[in-house]
Write a protein that binds this ligand. Sequence first.
Ligand SMILES: C[S@@+](CC[C@H](N)C(=O)[O-])C[C@H]1O[C@@H](n2cnc3c(N)ncnc32)[C@H](O)[C@@H]1O
Length: 323
Amino acid sequence: MDQKCVICKSATYHEHDTLTSSLRKQFWQMTSMRMFIWGDWDLTDMESDENIQLLACPVPSNRYITLFLKKYIEKIESMPDYELDDELTEFYISLISTTNTTSFAPGMCYKTYVLDKEQYMRIVLQEEQTMVSQGTTGLQTWDASLRLADFFAEHPGIIRGQRVVELGAGCGLAGFTCAAMGASNVLSTDFNSDVLKLLEGNRQTNTEYKDKVQVAELDWANLEECARISSNVDVIIGADVSYDPTIVPLLVAALETMLVSPQQVAYITAAVRSQETFELFLKLVDDTGVLGKSVMDLTEAKMSTLCLPNPVSDIRLILITRK
Ligand SMILES: C[S@@+](CC[C@H](N)C(=O)[O-])C[C@H]1O[C@@H](n2cnc3c(N)ncnc32)[C@H](O)[C@@H]1O
């Protein structure tokens, strides 16, 4: 399949995919330079005209491309027997003369998540470049979401043919991944109006999965709505939704309401920034008396289907079912 990039609309994904796999995936995901895993890479991959075109595509932002190239050029220069390509140098110089990298320029960008190696399966999400924007944490994809999406990409069998609902979806990566992995339908939910607007925009961008994904408002405090939705759901997913001790009781109540049969299962990933908050979540699940759980550590998962940068916090996957 030689699909055109949904953002630049000129190059095909095949043309974009000339970087070595892990480097390319991290570049398209705009993995921060602090977390970037360089590993083994082939310098020759960056030296052709196509790669200059690749970098000129408005995905990712010019600021990110400039920071990436700065590191990249430093690496090339530190290698004996290797000369920097003139075109790449010129391209870099033209970028730095027009891009301000000293002051952080927040704003929307497009991140591309590559789900496989051969068929060019992509999820393109518009996101904010700051962690908290417009008073919400939902306008950026969090590490817990990357890991949950990767978990489904690595184990598509658990999602194939399932009816999925995502709680606190944010930009929607985990839900779109379920759609890509063969879920029969995905209801992508959040309670913040700016997040819902972005989520719907992301649904429209990802034309391949658009018809399988629906976007809807769902506040975990609205147990009546949670109960209504639960009758059409096999799998509940949520990434980085248990981060705040004040919302954890709401989340657990929503899960208790939605998990009505032992056949349903919830997959929740948590970034353990506070051990206390994480343990509160587990305790409240136990306290329901009707929900059972098991916990897996996803912290060490690094280079699997998606490219996972080193996480800032440990990441746990909690599987929850009705006993
Ligand atoms: C840290 S963000 C995670 C977003 C996304 N799942 C990710 O990991 O990239 C938490 C999300 O939970 C949503 N959220 C918080 N409280 C909620 C509630 N009571 N009902 C529904 N969504 C809620 C926020 O709007 C936000 O999008």
